[in-house]
Ligand binder design. Structure first.
Ligand SMILES: C[S@@+](CC[C@H](N)C(=O)[O-])C[C@H]1O[C@@H](n2cnc3c(N)ncnc32)[C@H](O)[C@@H]1O
Length: 536
């Protein structure tokens, strides 16, 4: 009778599991678990009590590990791991429980803990015939653990194959960075702990959640509702992740909700290392209001100017929450950029950064004059307080710059003449290297137009600094930018096809590091830059 009831529940649960009806399967496994526990606590008249106990224990451990599997499919990792632990308390090398726990830990980026589970599972009798699968998981753990310890990522093959196939699997990685108070900008910010070269990866992090969709052109009727659907989906996913994972919610709560940033605590960077946390799961009921205001301040869109989305159809728009990246402040002379690969964000230096310098990226376009940047930072809810803005605040009142802005706004003048004038004024004002870079960046649109026009170059080229020098100066001041590198690479490609110098191409390649990061080797960087030129 006892066995009959257990068997009925087991068959029903297996069927639900096979049909991938996870919630119902979890319910039936919960009933099975209760029944096993009840039976274990009640003595029973039987000819072989030891055999009965052993069968009940087997049923119980299997039920726990199957419920863990169903829970993990719903990404309910905290409770799924608890189930694995309970199965393993009964049977220390339970194959299914170890496999499930290993997969969850791999998903939580705890590579060495996951590896430990897969190793142990290899020794279980039931692993016969599955050693290849386990070896596959062990190889993945090894590769990801290496990436997470060294920051040695390589996207070259994928880039050179034209982003065909699945995007490469990436580990999470935290390089030489720390969170500190930002004296210059305010609130907290992310800082380097040693000198880093342009292209160096600073960290790689996976989104808590993303929302993606194909949005109609801005202004079209359907635009607003498509955007709302994407945001709603994104917010729902964040709330779900906060409810299911105590650690995720705790980390989200370290972020700014935009108020009194100066009073917020400064979390230690180790908090963000997945392996640093003990597997102790305390649940807190997520506060919806708090989550919404945090998302308001910290959500990032993938199509920002300092971001490059690799390997996805450009028509897709995406929004996401990447926790560590949320500590990065905006600057109009940024020194970092981000690459998006699937749900991972790879943040790298877009120019050389000194130890102790704040890491910043551009929330909005910084290749525009101060007045435009002021408007944009206002829509972000802050007044930019960066070094470049402070410098241009003083220079910005110069009548000569106003004149250029007016002409640019209303059009009509020879841009070559304007560039020439600005260059002459900068000489008169004795502007230093970085300062020249700031002003050239502010008026990049006009420089670019001139460099791209053969007619303008014939007329003004000899009286202006070369594209290579201007581009390097701008990149030194505001970090490498795709548009600047593209203008230089275009000139390089044009000259090389004429059989001329490729010095511009070489310089573009050097700056390309600041765009592509060291995760792309030389050939891949070149292929990527050429691809950008074709698409331009
Ligand atoms: C994503 S958070 C950046 C980290 C934040 N400072 C913190 O302490 O958590 C964005 C917020 O930081 C502040 N912020 C970022 N860049 C800034 C800038 N250039 N000038 C002034 N405030 C800035 C604004 O309050 C903005 O809403």
């Amino acid at each position: 009778m006892e066995e009959e009831m257990l068997q009925q529940l087991r068959s029903k649960a297996t069927e639900l599991l096979l049909r991938e009806e996870w919630i119902q399967a979890i319910n039936v496994y919960s009933q099975l678990i209760s029944l096993c526990q009840q039976n274990l606590s009640q003595p029973h008249q039987t000819s072989d009590p030891a055999d009965r106990l052993s069968k009940l224990h087997k049923s119980l451990s299997l039920a726990f590990s199957n419920r863990a599997d169903a829970r993990s499919r719903l990404r309910d990792f905290d409770v799924a791991i608890e189930d694995c632990e309970r199965a393993l308390e009964i049977e220390g090398t339970h194959y299914k429980a170890l496999l499930c726990k290993g997969k969850i830990l791999l998903n939580l980026n705890r590579y060495s803990d996951a590896s430990h589970c897969f190793q142990k599972a290899l020794f279980d009798n039931q692993s016969n015939g599955s050693s290849e699968t386990l070896q596959g998981y062990l190889d993945r753990c090894k590769k990801l653990e290496f990436q997470s310890k060294t920051g040695a990522f390589d996207l070259s093959e994928w880039v050179l194959n034209g982003f065909k196939g699945k995007s490469p699997e990436l580990a999470e990685f935290i390089g030489s960075v720390e969170i500190k108070r930002s004296e210059n900008i305010g609130g907290r910010g992310l800082f380097t702990t040693k000198n880093v070269e342009a292209g160096t990866l600073l960290f790689v992090t996976r989104a808590v959640a993303t929302g993606r969709g194909i949005l109609p052109e801005p202004g079209e009727d359907a635009d607003e509702s498509a955007r709302l659907v994407m945001w709603k989906d994104f917010i729902d996913k964040i709330v779900e992740a906060s409810m299911k994972c105590g650690r995720t919610y705790r980390l989200i709560c370290t972020l700014s909700s935009g108020e009194r940033e100066e009073d917020l605590g400064v979390p230690d960077i180790s908090l963000f290392r997945p392996e640093a946390d003990e597997l102790v799961f305390t649940k807190e009921k997520p506060d919806m209001g708090k989550i919404l205001s945090i998302l308001d301040v910290n959500s990032l869109t993938e199509d920002a100017i300092s971001a490059t989305v690799l390997g996805r159809n450009k028509e897709y728009s995406g929004v996401g929450l990447w926790i560590l990246a949320s500590f990065i402040n905006h600057s109009c002379n940024p020194n970092a950029r981000r690459l998006h690969v699937g749900d991972h964000m790879m943040v790298h230096a877009s120019r050389d950064i000194k130890a102790g310098e704040e890491i910043t990226f551009a929330y909005f376009d910084v290749l525009v004059p101060l007045r435009k940047r002021r408007e944009m930072s206002k829509t972000w809810g802050f007044q930019c307080n960066c070094k470049r803005c402070r410098f241009e605040e003083v220079f910005g009142c110069r009548e000569e710059l106003r004149e250029i802005e007016m002409v640019l706004e209303f059009g009509g003048s020879d841009k070559g003449a304007l560039v020439f004038k600005l260059e002459e004024w900068m000489k008169k004002w004795v502007a230093k290297g970085k300062e020249k870079g700031y002003l050239r960046a502010s008026f990049w649109a006009m420089y670019s137009e001139v460099f791209k026009s053969e007619k303008s170059m014939r007329r003004w080229g000899r009286r202006m600094p070369a594209i290579g020098a201007v581009a390097e100066n701008v990149a030194e001041a505001v970090g490498a930018d795709e548009r600047v590198v593209q203008t230089m690479a275009a000139e390089g490609l044009r000259k090389s096809s004429d059989g001329g110098s490729t010095a511009e191409m070489e310089r573009a390649m050097k700056l390309g590091r600041g765009i592509c990061s060291k995760a792309m080797k030389k050939q891949a960087t070149r292929a990527y830059l050429e691809l950008c030129l074709v698409q331009d």
